[in-house]
Design a protein around this ligand. Structure first.
Ligand code: CFM
Ligand code: HCA
Length: 533
């Protein structure tokens, strides 16, 4: 309640307290609007889980595109850290066109910082073309590149002319934004400007051609989603960007519908595709059984074809018959448990439904770097004031493509559908949370410990940086970023994998060997005055 929150915040200096107070709320559905501050600078010195703009651009959005070589211009650490650690899986469509297992970097040294690294970068591009012959190349900038003023855009333009290959540069220096979110925006702009629409296709290859946006094939998630969609009869042009490729991305403009899984990282492309090609987007969620079913039904409604609607129901029925018996033993173990669910920019919301279906209540959730609309819903977009940090990354000016713009469905039908399905829209996380639960933006180490002491959740789901805090307190954790060698968790079969993994967490006796601090230390500390005994 309010008092306990106040106590946590009281440990902060006054200025920090004022700041953090705006990033935390207790869910109360009686209030019509609950506002939260998000996408602002982290207080220096607070141990945050956030990453940088380079991580969002190269690591998240560009990195999974498999038939391109992604050059990291900078000291080796940034390249090394973003070298498949996110477990975005890929299989080559064409022989020898999957370069994800390589870590390609200019490995800048002190002398490059002093004398400039442009020549070294140009030489590296020549080498990459010669050795790998990739379909395209990206160059991502790390912090020192911007500080010393290397003009990577000029190097890319020259290399493009020299090699006749799509070579583009991304000025995504780590400091370009307050988190990885800025890097998503930079990558979205670059892909839209330089790759999407480059292909020469004019028509979709099948009746139900779609793109999947904001799905990165972590632990194989998009393979499970594609399996289901293919079975129903959809043609997937490209997944952005999990297991995606330059070859498929360049013809993404032909799709009749764009699905958006992670809105936070890719809403920019979704809206630009609508403006330029007239393709609507549908907010989907393939995490959780109910969410997957609802998504499949919404897709079928969009296309409105009786045969497709029937086929959708058949597939749902068949899939449920397969997974329900498998889920049963795990459901027994998971019943009546509680969870914290703190992830980057959309999973903190997406996983709550899956938890609930397994009997686990989310008592605290939040995002590292999401924006207010991810918490409060898309309708509040007009109320968000852009600050200097968010203005740093310009919105691209996109206009309807004279030749290729087509209305995919009539305007009236679109308006009608919008009443029932999340076309070009989405709800926020706050709306879906139970009264009394806590929503925290940019949760830090101190608050993690304090909230754990209060709620003593049965499981803590987050990332590699914060998972050791709860573990040391005797609480099982579930990595919801790269899934810790497990997955897929999406779709029907993924739900079974997830149930199995968290049930293992609950059932393992390991945690009984760790004594949490509240079992051998008093939660309240103090002295008793005037004690005569
Ligand atoms: Fe989207 Fe993602 Fe996420 Fe994200 Fe990420 Fe990720 Fe994430 Mo880690 S794109 S916002 S920048 S769903 S890498 S696959 S798990 S923080 S919640
Ligand atoms: C990133 C990638 C990351 C990190 C995960 C973590 C991922 O932000 O650069 O902190 O555990 O999902 O791999 O979000």
């Amino acid at each position: 309640n309010e008092k306990m929150l106040e106590e946590i915040l009281n440990k902060y200096p006054a200025k920090v307290k004022r700041n953090r107070k705006k990033h935390i709320l207790i869910r109360d559905s009686a209030q019509e609007i609950q506002e939260i501050e998000a996408n602002t600078r982290t207080i220096p010195g607070i141990i945050t889980n956030r990453g940088c703009a380079f991580a969002g651009c190269k690591g998240v959005v560009l990195g999974p595109l498999k038939d391109m070589v992604h050059i990291v211009h900078g000291p080796i650490g940034c390249a090394y850290y973003s070298w498949l650690t996110r477990r975005n899986k890929a299989r080559a469509d064409e022989p020898k066109q999957n370069f994800l297992a390589y870590c390609v970097s200019t490995d800048m040294q002190e002398s490059d910082i002093v004398f400039g690294g442009e020549k070294k970068l140009a030489r590296m591009i020549d080498e990459v073309v010669e050795i790998f012959k990739p379909n395209a190349i990206t160059i991502s900038a790390t912090c020192p590149v911007g500080l010393i003023g290397d003009d990577i855009q000029a190097v890319a333009r020259a290399a493009r002319a020299k090699h006749g290959l799509n070579i583009t540069a991304y000025s995504c220096e780590g400091y370009k934004g307050v988190s990885q979110s800025a890097g998503h925006h930079i990558a979205n702009n670059g892909l839209m400007e330089n790759i999407i629409g480059e292909g020469d296709w004019e028509e979709p290859p099948s009746k139900y051609t779609i793109n999947i946006l904001g799905e990165y094939n972590i632990g194989g998630d998009s393979w499970e989603v594609e399996r289901i969609l293919n079975e129903i009869g959809y043609e997937i042009q490209v997944v952005m960007t999990g297991n995606g490729s330059y070859e498929k991305l360049k013809n993404a403009h032909v799709a009749q519908l764009n699905l958006v899984q992670c809105h936070r990282s890719i809403n920019y492309i979704a809206t630009m595709l609508e403006t330029k090609y007239g393709t609507p987007w549908l907010k989907v969620n393939f995490i959780g059984i109910r969410a997957t079913i609802e998504t499949l039904r919404n897709m079928a409604r969009y296309f409105g074809d009786e045969a497709l609607i029937k086929r959708t129901e058949e597939v749902i029925e068949k899939e449920l018959a397969e997974i329900e018996p498998q889920l049963e033993p795990y459901r027994k173990i998971c019943a009546n448990k509680t969870a914290f669910c703190f992830v980057g920019g959309s999973r903190g919301h997406h996983y709550q439904g899956l938890y609930e279906e397994l009997g686990v209540t989310t008592v605290l959730a939040g995002y590292e770097f999401a924006h207010r609309d991810d918490y409060e819903g898309r309708d509040i977009l007009p109320n968000i004031k852009a600050d200097a940090d968010s203005k740093n990354i310009p919105d691209l000016h996109v206009a309807p493509d004279e030749r290729r713009y087509r209305l995919k469905i009539p305007v009236e039908r679109m308006e009608e559908l919008k009443q029932d399905i999340p076309l070009n829209n989405y709800k926020g996380m706050i709306d879906d949370m139970a009264d009394g639960s806590i929503v925290v933006d940019d949760l830090n180490h101190y608050e993690t410990e304090e909230f754990i002491k209060i709620f003593k959740p049965d499981i803590f789901s987050s990332g590699i940086k914060d998972k050791y805090i709860p573990q040391k307190m005797g609480i099982p954790t579930k990595q919801l970023h790269n899934y810790d060698y497990s997955g897929p968790y999406a779709g029907f079969r993924g739900a079974v994998n997830f149930a199995r993994d968290i049930a293992m967490g609950f059932a393992t006796p390991t945690w009984n060997f760790i004594v949490p601090p509240w079992k051998d230390q008093p939660l309240l500390e103090g002295t008793i005055e005037n004690c005569t005994a």
